[in-house]
Write a protein that binds this ligand. Structure first.
Ligand code: CA
Ligand code: CA
Ligand code: CA
Length: 356
């Protein structure tokens, strides 16, 4: 909705035409002050987990218990997602890319995990090669279980959680073994540049930290969090802190946990997030379900962005009009100079039109 119209100095027809062409926001938008949360690509339904190949291809596990389906692949930079693989699978919830090929034998293969039967706890890990040929890697086995999260470390090992247990399992190519066990129910894994392993926990709400060998480093890095986690890419914006996303049921927050003390800072609210991962572009990507109970799943790309003036979702025309309202009210010190003047307007417009 336009808050101001034709009597502002900048409201040329060309500007308004440009603004009208920008995407509009829908309901159920997250709020991320200082950042933008912009939809990336489209076409994913029932997304459960997210991971990236080194070329920027995005993969999403496909939670569709009861039917045979394929995981999702989105092209680098965003596209309409397409099913990936030549064989529909019973429960392809999790996805991670075997960049080195240590576990799958084929670098760049996607590893998918989930329940494959016949028993309710018999799980499988599958391999989908880059040519989409699909085969069982491990299982069916109750030891594999209902796989919840999969991640590779820098040495090429596959780590995963499954079922309602505290076990974190590992494979370097052979059938998996237990690397370590935490109290409660390990949900999600996040691995730092030194191959240390953070786990989140649906039973205890504790994030723990273990060494690559599985020894306890910090049994309670942070508490009060149930959701999925990822480690920042060590850039100035993100550091190597731990980022957590909650579902609507557990609070809907995007939280930054400072390393090494675990101090939490809420970055955003209003998420319905099932997983998150940093892409090769060092942006943070979240799987977000905007309109439950529909299966539509958005990929939201999160980056620092002051042009998202109202803090809501992505940058759109409302940010422009909200900025103008604040500008004419004298509190739009965009460049932190201590005063609001025309330079703030030019600086804002520069970012607004260059995008985030
Ligand atoms: Ca499952
Ligand atoms: Ca906005
Ligand atoms: Ca200023």
């Amino acid at each position: 909705m336009f808050r101001r119209s034709a009597h502002t100095p900048l409201s040329s027809l060309a500007l308004l035409t440009t603004l009208a062409a920008l995407p509009t926001t829908a309901a159920a938008q997250p709020v991320v002050p200082g950042f933008a949360a912009c939809p990336r690509g489209s076409g994913i339904t029932n997304g459960f987990s997210i991971s990236f190949a080194s070329d920027g291809s995005l993969f999403a596990g496909h939670e569709d218990n009861g039917g045979l389906v394929l995981a999702w692949r989105m092209s680098p930079g965003g596209s309409v997602a397409e099913p990936f693989g030549d064989t529909p699978l019973p429960d392809p919830d999790t996805s991670a890319v075997d960049t080195l090929g240590l576990v799958t034998g084929t670098p760049g293969s996607l590893v998918i995990g989930g329940v494959c039967g016949p028993g309710p706890d018999d799980g499988c890990l599958w391999r989908v090669r880059p040519d989409e040929s699909t085969s069982v890697l491990f299982g069916p086995s109750p030891f594999i279980g209902n796989v919840l999260h999969t991640r590779f470390d820098r040495t090429g090992r596959l780590l995963f959680t499954s079922g309602v247990t505290g076990a974190v399992k590992v494979s370097s190519g052979a059938f998996p073994t237990i690397l370590f066990t935490v109290p409660g129910a390990a949900r999600c894994l996040a691995i730092d540049a030194g191959n240390r392993i953070y786990t989140s926990n649906t039973a205890t709400g504790v994030i723990s930290l273990h060494s690559a060998a599985g020894a306890v480093v910090d049994a309670s890095f942070a508490t009060g969090f149930v959701g999925s986690i990822a480690v920042g890419p060590s850039t100035p914006e993100w550091g190597a802190d731990v980022y957590g996303i909650e579902t609507a049921a557990t609070g809907g927050r995007l939280i930054r946990f400072r390393v090494p003390d675990g101090t939490p800072t809420v970055i955003g609210t209003g998420f319905r997030g099932s997983d998150l991962a940093f892409g090769p572009d060092n942006a943070l990507y979240i799987l977000h379900r905007p309109n439950p109970p529909t299966s539509l799943t958005q990929v939201l790309r999160i980056v620092p962005c002051r042009a998202n003036w109202n803090g809501v979702a992505c940058v759109d025309s409302q940010d422009f009009f909200d900025f103008l309202a604040d500008f004419f009210a004298g509190h739009a010190d965009f460049n932190d100079s201590g005063a609001t003047n025309s330079q703030d307007l030019f600086d804002f417009l520069g970012q607004f039109f260059s995008g985030c």
